[in-house]
Design a protein around this ligand. Structure first.
Ligand SMILES: *Cc1c(COP(=O)(O)O)cnc(C)c1O
Length: 500
């Protein structure tokens, strides 16, 4: 299977090239030339299979240039019981006869980014080998919190790669900072940048576009790359768990083969919900996609009106991983809805760049509204949903998952649609312990408590074990204490790689 760019579909590359390159040279995103289709019989057969086998079933259809041996090695290296704490990797939790949570946070950093970032490094090194690239890959990441840690855990000790993560000095939570500065691994480096996330991100972008510097790295045997969420290698592993969830529902006799389900996804960059849409294109019986946003509700407005407008106030919310105004993976969705029309997509993306807004043609809007529903909620509603779900069912959700549940409840009230529904649960409640505890108790309950006391409190309240990766932070000594000026980030890279 070949891959085209959303902005120029005369471009045609293999999956290994698409993964190695990340972004197409004219700025478009790589998409498969067509979607492989699977039969209901094949889907039914997944119900007795392991997560590894389900992953192979899906990934093999997209990464057709990978050998069976290489692909299986990527899968077994990424999704281990040791790292995910469960053979199921992405288990489904039944709340009641209509609602099921697909728990995507059992990986090493307790958030769903692990599902993709555990396997991406293996895809990348395999792709480098397949394309005869002999350089060592240097991953540069600017992070506002979750992605940096997930990338560090994914790339640590992976041969042929090194990773450097920059986080804003005063822009990540205490636990996120601890997670990063205590990172172990023989190929990792972490530095704080004086400034905010934008400063860190602009600094990384400047390094990526510095041709002289890239040449210097090249002479020393290094090649820069990113672990960005627009890389095809991050999207494709996300398709797997929707098949896996459906297979689990079949296995537990909650549904019969062919039954349609609805899917609710707490959304930021539109990657996770796009993966569900791709699963449907392959033949997975999904009826509605419900796109859930927090107060940054640019997607809610877009799906309801067909007008995308990022010119609005940015809100800092208690579900920070969804605080996004430009959802970059939306481009792939629109490309598909337009019937693979690269001229239309180029035009829309140019409008977004220059005016910060665009309106999609009527035909695209009609197709979108047939399949997609969307809604949003504010922090207060998010907190109320955490409390209500706990009181009714004893199930503890994190703040992102709670946005999904809140929007789902409103959807059912509005439509009366009682179709069985899978809600993507995107983070462990322990990762956002403070706000979860305030929802379950009150503000006073958390006053004066440190992170580790809060973890213990939440464990008692929820009946869940504190994830080991968070509990053990208490005894870990920080290794990285570099704080750099935003204009000197290049020096940090040079020092780490010992080039001058
Ligand atoms: C990244 C993230 C999201 C948003 O996912 P997208 O694929 O960007 O839409 C939601 N919840 C959590 C916890 C995340 O880390």
């Amino acid at each position: 299977m070949q891959y085209h760019s959303t902005r120029d579909n005369s471009i045609s590359v293999t999956s290994a090239q698409a993964i190695k390159q990340g972004l197409s040279s004219e700025g478009g995103l790589f998409v498969p030339e067509q979607f492989p289709s699977v039969t209901l019989d094949e889907i039914e057969s997944l119900s007795s299979k392991s997560y590894h086998e389900r992953a192979y079933f899906v990934l093999n259809r997209f990464l057709t240039d990978f050998s069976e041996e290489d692909l299986k090695k990527c899968i077994t290296s990424a999704y281990t019981k040791e790292k995910f704490g469960t053979e199921a990797i992405a288990p489904v939790y039944k709340l009641n006869d209509e609602v099921y949570f697909l728990e995507l946070w059992h990986g090493p950093t307790c958030a769903f980014k692990d599902m993709a970032l555990q396997i991406l490094p293996h895809f990348l090194t395999t792709s480098m080998k397949m394309t005869n690239e002999d350089k060592e890959i240097i991953i540069l990441v600017a992070t506002s919190g979750d992605t940096g840690k997930a990338a560090l855990e994914g790339f640590k000790d992976v041969d042929g790669t090194r990773i450097i993560v920059f986080y804003p000095d005063n822009g990540v939570s205490e636990i996120q900072k601890l997670q990063m500065v205590t990172q172990r691994g023989n190929n990792v480096s972490v530095a704080a940048v004086k400034g905010n996330f934008d400063d860190a991100q602009s600094g990384v972008k400047r390094i990526f576009t510095d041709e002289d510097y890239k040449e210097l790295l090249d002479r020393n045997g290094f090649k820069l790359s990113s672990a960005n969420s627009i890389n095809w290698g991050r999207l494709v592993p996300q398709i797997v768990y929707y098949f896996s969830a459906y297979a689990d529902l079949l296995a537990s006799k909650e549904i019969e083969i062919g039954d349609e389900i609805n899917v609710v996804v707490p959304t930021g960059n539109f990657g996770n919900i796009l993966a569900a849409y791709y699963a449907k294109k392959m033949g997975l019986p999904i009826k509605k996609f419900i796109c859930a946003s927090n107060a940054n509700n640019v997607l809610t407005d877009f799906i309801k009106t067909g007008k995308y407008n990022k010119n609005r106030e940015f809100h800092t919310t208690i579900s920070p991983s969804m605080d996004i105004l430009i959802s970059s993976n939306l481009e792939r969705f629109l490309y598909d809805l337009s019937g693979n029309d690269d001229a239309v997509i180029t035009d829309l993306m140019n409008q977004l760049n220059t005016n910060g807004e665009y309106v999609v043609p009527d035909a695209i809007m009609a197709k979108m509204q047939e399949l997609f529903d969307a809604d949003c909620c504010n922090d207060k509603e998010t907190m109320a949903s955490i409390r209500k779900t706990y009181d009714e069912y004893g199930y503890t959700m994190d703040t992102h998952t709670a946005v999904g549940k809140n929007v789902y409840d409103k959807y059912v009230e509005r439509t009366g649609d009682k179709t069985k529904t899978v809600i993507a649960s995107t983070a462990s409640p322990f990762k956002f312990n403070q706000n979860v505890l305030i929802a379950l108790e009150d503000c006073n309950a958390v006053v004066g408590k440190d992170e580790f006391e809060l973890l213990e409190m939440l464990s008692k309240k929820s009946g869940l074990k504190v994830p080991e990766s968070l509990a053990e932070l208490k005894d870990k000594t920080p290794i990285f204490n570099t704080v750099v000026d935003k204009d000197l980030m290049k020096n940090t890279v040079s020092d780490f790689l010992k080039v001058e």
